[in-house]
Design a protein around this ligand. Structure first.
Ligand SMILES: *Cc1c(COP(=O)(O)O)cnc(C)c1O
Length: 385
């Protein structure tokens, strides 16, 4: 089945009790059990399983060409769930340019439990290899990275992990399964903040871990049930609904992002544009190989390289709303240094190129002419100030 068909049909059947085409919201915590146990019932309690969530998990597994999907109440809850399969003394190797919340979880929560994370540049395999030891259990990869949009070679890094018998997990939130399928490139687990593109409408929080291996899936289902950070059925329903248009939304958003990146690249107030679709981007070739298109996130820095200049610019855009998050139908703009990445020390930020004036755009599916005009107006006000 092609991706465009899977988003609509995979894992979803007419409801067995009514024939309803759309999976109903099974808003129930518990289910009647037969008193004389005739084998385990499929549904007993909604932390363990729920029919709306089950349909969603089947659908999500198919989108990533996995066999199992394990849903959580948010992206962070999904990452937390994965880390709870580790134990004190284990070590993680992670990209050094990653989602601020993941960095915070690794350093401020799991380090307290004796799980150490090494943050390394993943464009160099030697840098990863140098941190591998007998305690290394997990390699955490994000590509394109947030917010610098660096591209990491998934095939190479996952092969290195496999060679050392280390689990690899890819945060595929920015790319979506439509653009990039890490399990096909050798990853053991794919993670999504489905809050973003999968949901697509900025109206839910949701996270998921997807894998092929049954043993790994069983460990994750165990944590899902034991720790209980599960999504409610209403959010599962909304996510199922959002996913049906994933390919169309992402395709249009990518086209818009490409045009905006080209526009910014020639603008006199702009210092640098980070977009994997541009030939000037150092990961351009790799992105072309491992992604279907280049995504809808665009970052850029200003000639006036100060936080105040970036915040000033964000004050003057009207269609690009200044907000955290990404991946919705509406365009958003953020200032990582004071927003998403404020928890990363400034020296570490600057070391990865995350300058004070860097602005991150999540390009939506509005008319691209309107979006460009909105940015142009704001940039002009900045030049005149
Ligand atoms: C948002 C995000 C997360 C965290 O997901 P939540 O749903 O906000 O908990 C993790 N990784 C990336 C890349 C994200 O953008």
């Amino acid at each position: 089945m092609k991706f465009e068909t899977k988003v609509i049909h995979a894992g979803i059947r007419p409801d067995p009790s009514t024939g309803a085409i759309m999976t109903p919201i099974y808003q129930t915590s518990t289910y009647a059990q037969s008193v004389q146990k005739e084998g385990a019932e499929q549904y007993a309690y909604s932390r363990t399983n729920n029919p709306t969530r089950q349909a969603l998990e089947n659908n999500l597994a198919a989108l990533e060409n996995g066999n199992y999907a394990v849903c959580f109440a948010s992206g962070m809850a999904a990452i937390n769930g994965l880390l709870q399969t580790l134990k004190s003394g284990d070590e993680i190797i992670s990209t050094n340019d990653l989602y601020g919340g993941s960095y915070r979880l690794f350093t401020q929560v799991f380090e307290r439990y004796g799980i150490k994370t090494h943050f390394v540049r993943m464009d160099r395999l030697e840098a990863i290899a140098a941190h591998i030891n007998s305690n290394t259990r997990l390699i955490w990869i994000e590509t394109p990275t947030n917010p610098m949009l660096n591209i990491i070679d998934l095939k190479a890094v996952c092969a290195l992990a496999k060679h050392h018998n280390i689990t690899s997990c890819v945060d595929n939130t920015f790319a979506t399964p439509y653009l990039q399928q890490p399990l096909e490139l050798g990853a053991d687990i794919v993670m999504h903040s489905a809050t973003k593109y999968l949901g697509g409408h900025s109206d839910i929080l949701h996270g998921v871990l997807i894998c092929k291996d049954k043993k790994l899936a069983d460990q994750l289902y165990f944590i899902q049930n034991a720790a209980g950070a599960v999504p409610g059925p209403q959010d599962c329903f909304l996510l199922l609904r959002g996913i049906k248009t994933l390919h169309i939304r992402v395709q249009r958003a990518c086209e818009n992002a490409f045009e905006i990146a080209r526009f910014l690249e020639q603008h006199t107030a702009v210092n640098r544009v980070y977009y994997p679709g541009l030939a000037s981007h150092k990961g351009h070739q790799l992105a072309t190989e491992q992604m279907r298109a280049y995504g809808a996130m665009v970052s850029f820095s200003l000639k006036k390289d100060r936080s105040e200049a970036a915040l000033q610019l964000l004050k003057h855009t009207h269609l690009f709303t200044c907000a955290e998050s990404l991946g919705g139908v509406e365009s958003l703009a953020g200032h990582p240094a004071t927003m998403t990445h404020a928890s990363i020390p400034r020296t570490e930020r600057l070391a990865i190129g995350l300058s004070d004036s860097l602005i991150r755009l999540s390009v939506g599916i509005e008319a691209v002419e309107d979006l460009i005009q909105d940015l142009d107006n704001a940039l002009r006000k900045l030049s005149n100030s």
